[in-house]
Design a protein around this ligand. Structure first.
Ligand code: SF4
Ligand code: SF4
Length: 456
């Protein structure tokens, strides 16, 4: 990749005769023969100036979507879990059945008061409440009380509710309640039974697949196609990732599947650690598969929207945007993986009486501010990395993660190649190729893009 001050030049690996030239300011794109890549700033600027009208004409069909302002609240309803997944970065290897508490109503109520104040102060803000754990369904009465309380407060049209669960405790009563209160459910499942059960199991060593899929069956009855599956990517499923995703899609028809790259544990290692190149290749293969088969991958949504609309992706980790996490001990922090680390949280009383301390303002750790990202073409589509992973790997909150960078840089390259290939099929081949909005849209393939509108 060659970088000029105002432009990025991206060479291709498949279509080696061409390179993409991207204007940094408005992310407009030209394709130029690789033998004629301008090396001087002014020559490149001249090129864009010359074709300015045609570029505007062809690339202005996009919808410049206004980013929704979302205030995210994580309620750690329980620190206990009924599973003992090998890679859990939150509860680690501690015996999760002992000395672990459930959240009480006074903490939930305090968090709801904070949320309501925000919604009243800014009428453009939406709130997203995430019921989290441990396993949040171990504290079912408080989840019920929270939903019933919210139903009496009259702002439900600006509040989305989400439950992140291992699925093993879902029954008919629970699924019908979640349906009634429009709670979007995300169940963790890493693929087919043998793959899932090699890393996600109970304290007696029995895999979670059968219980989790039984729970999903109740969801299929109550809220068909209105729930998600979250698949953690690691050594157990990386070599068959596309097959696992196809299986989850065809078997359960979730609205979307999230692929979460494994987090490191506190020692900076992970039992499901994989080589960066293998990880990157698996994700690129999934991108190809899901384009063909029309499978909605949660993490691709913001990437595709940013790319086709030629806007920067600002779908950063919520902890770097606007997220508060409340623990059963009454601590307030940003990041779930650091919920037990008192350096990264304050007491509820301190939070209410003072503003959040500077070390908990993580807004500076996004590609928008990271020094390393400013000269990276993939900043167009990249939502940035994970501050927690960065911390446990390097001891510093700032910086970038090679494993994520590799993927976003190669994904941008792949998407530009797809635009070029679409342009070459419809345009007369000349020195300068100017893709149209339709050529950009072609990158979406069969992936449904409306899958996040889950509030019915
Ligand atoms: S790919 Fe890496 S360097 Fe580029 S914007 Fe993303 S985090 Fe930054
Ligand atoms: S910093 Fe990482 S672990 Fe923490 S909330 Fe963000 S993505 Fe999750």
């Amino acid at each position: 990749m060659t970088n000029l001050q105002q432009f990025f030049i991206v060479p291709f690996s498949r279509n080696i005769d061409y390179a993409a030239c991207i204007h940094r300011k408005d992310l407009t794109v030209l394709f130029i023969p690789s033998s004629k890549i301008p090396t001087r700033e002014e020559d490149c600027a001249q090129l864009f100036l010359k074709w300015d009208n045609l570029i505007k004409d062809r690339q202005n069909g996009q919808i410049k979507a206004k980013n929704k302002k979302t205030f995210t609240i994580y309620l750690v309803l329980s620190e206990q879990c009924n599973l003992k997944c090998i890679y859990c970065d939150i509860l680690g290897k501690i015996d999760q059945r002992k000395n672990r508490s459930h959240m009480t109503w006074d903490i939930v109520k305090a968090s709801m008061d904070i949320m309501h104040s925000r919604l009243i102060a800014d009428t453009e803000v939406y709130a997203q409440i995430v019921f989290f754990g441990g396993e949040p369904l171990l504290n079912w009465p408080i989840l019920v009380q929270t939903c019933e309380y919210l139903a009496t407060q009259g702002m439900n049209n600006r509040i989305e509710k989400m439950l992140i669960t291992n699925g093993t405790l879902i029954n008919q009563e629970i699924s019908l309640f979640l349906q009634k209160h429009k709670v979007y459910v995300v169940v963790s499942l890493d693929g087919r039974k043998s793959v899932n059960d090699s890393v996600r199991y109970k304290f007696n060593g029995k895999g979670s697949f059968d219980s989790a899929t039984q729970g999903i069956k109740y969801l299929i009855d109550a809220i068909p196609n209105k729930f998600g599956i979250s698949c953690t990517l690691g050594s157990h499923n990386v070599l068959s990732l596309s097959e696992e995703i196809i299986f989850l899609h065809e078997q359960f028809h979730p609205r979307s599947i999230g692929i979460n790259i494994y987090h490191y544990q506190q020692d900076g290692k992970s039992p499901i650690q994989i080589n960066d190149e293998i990880l990157c290749q698996a994700l690129l293969n999934v991108f190809k598969t899901t384009r063909e088969k029309g499978i909605a991958i949660y993490q691709f949504l913001s990437v595709l929207k940013a790319f086709t609309n030629r806007q920067r992706n600002s779908d950063y980790c919520a902890a770097c945007a606007d997220k508060l996490l409340f623990t059963p001990q009454g601590r307030v922090g940003r990041c779930d993986a650091l919920m037990f680390d008192e350096r990264f949280s304050v007491s509820l009383q301190d939070f209410v009486s003072h503003s959040m301390p500077n070390n908990l303002d993580w807004s500076k750790f996004t590609p928008e501010h990271e020094q390393y990202c400013l000269n990276c073409a993939a900043r167009w589509i990249c939502p940035g990395g994970c501050v927690y992973d960065q911390l446990v790997r390097t001891g510093s909150l700032c910086g970038v993660e090679t494993r994520r960078c590799n993927f976003y840089i190669r994904l941008l390259n792949e998407m530009l190649e797809l635009v070029l290939e679409a342009t070459l099929t419809t345009e007369q081949v000349t020195d300068i190729l100017i893709p149209s909005q339709n050529h950009f849209n072609n990158v979406i393939g069969n992936i449904p893009l409306d899958f996040l509108t889950y509030i019915t």
